[in-house]
Design a protein around this ligand. Structure first.
Ligand code: PLP
Ligand code: COI
Length: 360
């Protein structure tokens, strides 16, 4: 484990059971937090050191902390699921650890050994096990790294803090897996070739907020971005990848490059191909999307991600008008893949790709 042992320091004042139970009833997304956090520090002299699990607490923030000025920050998102036998599953944490490593590289941050990432996540799940909701809820885990050198020069920070916090969650969208509506961003793009679109840095999300606000102003749930070069090809949503289902049963999804290489996206491609479905990773234009939705060639579209799982897209809205997908209803392919994926995550179905890591 890269020679790093975590010092486990349980909180002296954990949330009383009655309060925790009340909070777990309807946690929503990302508003309720557990009692602990994992934290590991980096500096050039010691490398990664001082690994702890301790009571969740504020960070002391020097006003010159590098992350506050130049946004050298990356994060991940994964979930712990409670199995029917009382055990706990993580879904593909190795893939999150690898993507985190790639994000650190792109953002000129200290690479965190993948084993330390996984250990930090597992230790937090162990100590905060009582916070994992039952039913279709899960414990959303948020590993992140910030540049923590106190310095105003523009250069890679010499110090970093890696931490993991946890939040019990229900559905990301208020309506659960009900179809969502999306707004096509014509004024803003998310990522250009050579930029940071393929990594999970906070700045990508800061830059997406204006476009997401525009989506909400137009009564939509999420924004969908087009490519920055031609403003023509569908890339992804603010926090999800996207798939299309055609009348011949095939699927397509935008190719990797400027989009986030979603772990849910990768899992769906694998599950669909296992079932003999043709899956193309190819550019798909917004005009073609509209035309195929109208002609009926496009049967379904859905968004996918750790937070959103699989959410059918019922309506695509833009300044030039709205288009319904599958009559605005959830389609059988999206819902079937969702069930297949969720059943693996909760340990209700076999795991042919060895994606599950049992914490207990
Ligand atoms: N695209 C963006 C921009 C995201 O923020 C996310 C969520 O993490 C995804 C796609 C889906 O990625 P994953 O399936 O790994 O959660
Ligand atoms: C996730 O799905 O893990 C994300 O980070 C997306 C965000 C919109 C919550």
């Amino acid at each position: 484990m890269a020679g790093l042992a975590f010092d486990i320091r349980p909180s002296a004042s954990p949330t009383p059971e009655a309060e925790r139970t009340a909070k777990l009833k309807d946690p929503g997304f990302g508003r309720v937090f557990t009692d602990h956090m994992s934290i590991v520090r980096y500096n050039q002299a010691k490398g990664w050191h001082d690994a702890r699990v301790e009571a969740r607490a504020n960070f002391p923030l020097d006003p010159a902390l590098a992350v506050l000025h130049y946004a050298q920050e990356i994060f991940e998102g994964l979930k712990a699921y409670k199995r029917a036998d009382g055990g706990v599953n993580l879904f593909r944490p190795d893939a999150n650890a690898r993507r985190f490593h790639n994000s650190a590289d792109r953002m000129a941050m200290a690479p965190l050994p993948e084993a330390v990432f996984i250990e930090a996540v597992e230790q937090l799940v162990r100590i905060d096990r009582a916070w994992i909701p039952g039913g279709e809820g899960s414990l959303y885990l948020r590993p992140f790294m910030i540049a923590s050198e106190v310095f105003l020069g523009v250069k890679p920070s010499a110090e970093y803090i890696f931490a993991v916090i946890a939040s019990p969650v229900g559905s990301y969208f208020k309506g659960g897996p009900a179809p969502v509506s999306i707004w096509v961003s014509e004024n803003y793009t998310r990522a250009a070739i050579g930029g940071t679109g393929a990594v999970k840095c906070g700045g990508n999300y800061a830059a997406s907020l204006r476009a997401q606000a525009e989506a909400i102003e137009h009564g939509c749930d999420q924004v969908v971005f087009l490519d920055a070069l031609e403003r023509k090809y569908v890339e992804e949503l603010g926090g999800m990848n996207v798939f299309f289902v055609f009348e011949d049963g095939s699927l397509s999804t935008p190719p990797l490059g400027t989009i986030l290489p979603g772990i849910t996206r990768d899992s769906i491609i694998a599950l669909a191909r296992d079932a003999g479905t043709i899956v193309r990773e190819e550019p798909y234009s917004i005009d073609q999307w509209r035309a195929d939705a109208k002609s009926g060639k496009l049967r379904e579209a859905f968004a996918c991600g750790t937070a959103a799982v699989i959410s059918p897209i019922g309506k695509v809205c833009s300044a030039s008008g709205d288009v319904l997908i599958n009559g605005g209803e959830a389609g059988p392919v999206a819902m079937g893949l969702r069930k297949q994926l969720v059943d693996i995550q909760y340990g209700r179905a076999p795991d042919p790709h060895n994606w599950i890591r049992k914490v207990f």
